[in-house]
Write a protein that binds this ligand. Structure first.
Ligand code: ADP
Ligand code: ADP
Ligand code: ZN
Length: 227
């Protein structure tokens, strides 16, 4: 089973993916995290993509795809995984489907208004070590500037500046939003209003997933046992 979280930057995809990953014991894969790792390590790929990320533009499909493929081929993805931030356009979705043909694909869109996402992203802090998302206004860490999960330092992302946020939202509207109709037609698409508490949104998403697993998943017990 794979779960795809769609939605504009700041909608809460990373936050919910993290919670789902714990609940379902399957990994969360964020292409943004994978790319930022490469930038941080100054690999060839990292050097190539740095400028695009800083400007809020999408990185070339081929580059994202290669790095994602490597991640999905790891053993921990065998039972399924949660995608946060991929696919970002129809080309990515189709390429992905061709390679990992898997009918047990569930797409959940978290929607949010532009004003609200600007507010969330300008106050977002992420863990430098594990990518976990915190917020100065809505979701503070227990210890100031330290990740609850791993103790890593919390930092502001270079692209979480108002001008770049607006650009990223525009890119979302132009390039990613067509995916909504694409998945809607496939019949595996659900939508959630992202303007509620983190725990409330999690409840709604989990209800959709549970319902889906009970109806369709081949090995229900794998996901729902003792949960
Ligand atoms: P957010 O979670 O705020 O939406 P991400 O971490 O997903 O942001 O993405 C940050 C940046 O990384 C994007 O603006 C883009 O430059 C790049 N990126 C991440 N995922 C993809 C992808 N699937 N395709 C192309 N570029 C991507
Ligand atoms: P995305 O991955 O979609 O870009 P994040 O999960 O990183 O979004 O969330 C963006 C910011 O908003 C983070 O600082 C996060 O802590 C905060 N946040 C996430 N969900 C909510 C929510 N339901 N209400 C308020 N703030 C939230
Ligand atoms: Zn951390």
């Amino acid at each position: 089973m794979r779960i795809i979280l769609l939605g504009p930057p700041g909608a809460g995809k990373g936050t919910q993916a993290e919670l789902l990953s714990k609940k379902l014991s399957i990994p969360k894969i964020s292409t943004g995290d994978l790319l930022r790792d490469e930038v941080e390590k100054k690999t060839n790929l990292g050097i190539k993509v740095k400028k695009k990320i800083e400007k809020g533009e999408l990185v070339d499909d081929e580059l994202v795809f290669d790095i994602l493929k490597k991640r999905i081929e790891k053993n921990d993805c065998k039972r399924g995984y949660i995608l946060d931030g991929f696919p970002r356009n129809i080309n990515q979705a189709e390429k992905f489907y061709k390679l990992f043909n898997n009918d047990q694909e569930l797409v959940i869109e978290i929607s949010l208004s532009e004003n609200e996402l600007v507010r969330r992203l300008t106050s977002r802090r992420i863990c430098k070590n594990c990518g976990a998302s915190y917020n100065l206004l809505f979701f503070r860490p227990k210890i100031k500037n330290k990740c609850d999960e791993c103790g890593g330092d919390l930092v502001r992302r270079d692209d979480d500046r108002e001008d770049v946020i607006k650009k990223r939202f525009k890119v979302y509207e132009d390039e990613t939003k067509p995916l909504i109709n694409y998945y809607y037609k496939k019949g595996n698409y659900f939508k959630i209003n992202g303007e509620a508490d983190i725990s409330e949104i999690f409840k709604r998403i989990y209800a959709i997933i549970k319902n889906y697993i009970e109806k369709f998943a081949e090995r229900k017990s794998d996901y729902l046992q003792n949960k």
